[in-house]
Design a protein. Sequence first.
Length: 486
Amino acid sequence: MTRFDLFIDGTFRSAKSGHSFQKHSPVDGRLIGTVQEARAQDVDDAVRAARAALSGSWGTMPLRQRTDLLLDLSHAIARRSAEFVEAEVQDTGHTRHFSKTIEIPRGAENFEIFANLLKNSGGEFFAMDTPDGTGAINIELHRPKGVIAVISPWNAPFLLMTWKVAPALACGNTVVVKPSEESPATATLLGEVMNEVGIPKGVYNVIHGFGPGSAGELLTQHPDVDGITFTGETRTGEAIMKQAAVGLRDVSFELGGKNPALVFADCDIDKAVEVVMRSAFANCGQVCLGTERIYVERPIFEAFTARLKAGAEALQPGGPDDPGTTLGPLISKEHRDKVLSYYAKARELGATVVTGGGIPTFGDDRDKGFFIQPTIWTGLPDDCAILREEIFGPCCHIRPFDTEEEAIACANDTRYGLSATILTENLSRAHRVGRRLEAGVIWVNSWFLRDLRTSFGGSKSSGIGREGGVHSLEFYTERSNLCIKL
């Protein structure tokens, strides 16, 4: 069993409040650790440490030295990859292959990408005429925003946390990270590596705890926090935004989604099934970009539904080290109860359950874990809760459509606007439909294909702002215009 301490001002320590909570394995429910819960004094200590680091060596460090430290950090994470993989797998129940090949390498890569980006980024320069004929020049200046509160989720803990921490540090900010209470391990371990490579104390701080009345709310309320970046539920984002309004602190939010896939009859059906299988069931459906609404052109509706059913039923639930595992558990009993409530609601609404709808049984310790069956429905009305609310589980609803206009209207009929997927071999249709979809990220014949230089974020209730490449720099820096009269 592991104890997860707070990491404040370069030191691991207990919570001054004496509070802690337990962390259980999603795979078999066993107790795997105790987590120190930060309260007001701990949060204040973390923010003060971050503020002090801004006026210390980190705040005066030349850009080249700072980015070189972040490159060292990236390499150190790679060297200790096995430890990060183990920590991530314990917390989430993800397959070891997924953590080893995607989550941890991409997390390390974030520091490398943003370090190199800062080395090669400049600002605007404009020459202008003046009435006296001598002219003036305008130079864009960048400075760090300050202390950044990073509130990260549990579904891809290390990857999504570093996606925020890396650009924040590259721009010269300091951070206080509040990871999800369900996934404390990799954020804590990163503190060790920060010290190992010589990141100054106070630059990176980690506080553990919950949201309301705990570390999360206390952090977003703190008056010395200059910006808040959050990935998670829209409802939580709304609560954080109310806190951020006091003092007019800036926010960057990637929130919920109810993402559609549009499957046209001219698609490559093998490719379409493969894409939708991943978008609906990857990480047991615990992906903000996942597909929960599938619209299929009527001529291939029956064939596509049958193919997706066969794919879902072929998924093999199991633990991280089980041979052949293709579907892990949900993160917690509480989250499984939530997803099961939607399974029950779908039955009450008269859905046709194509497959799934319950909990698998194993006859071993996995029965104490938080596994759930991948589930497909048809026959639900467009205005029901199943098609309106984000479920965040391995489930989807399939509905036929007859025209392109109908498909676009169905896809946009949601308060969310995070991502969408188009399956078609018609390039003109891809352009035509893609430009009309109300989503921040739109894939054609693919899903989760990410160039980290491009903008990422949601529209409508799916977020505020954009991350990725130079778009991340817009949030993590303050910009000034220096106008010099010649």
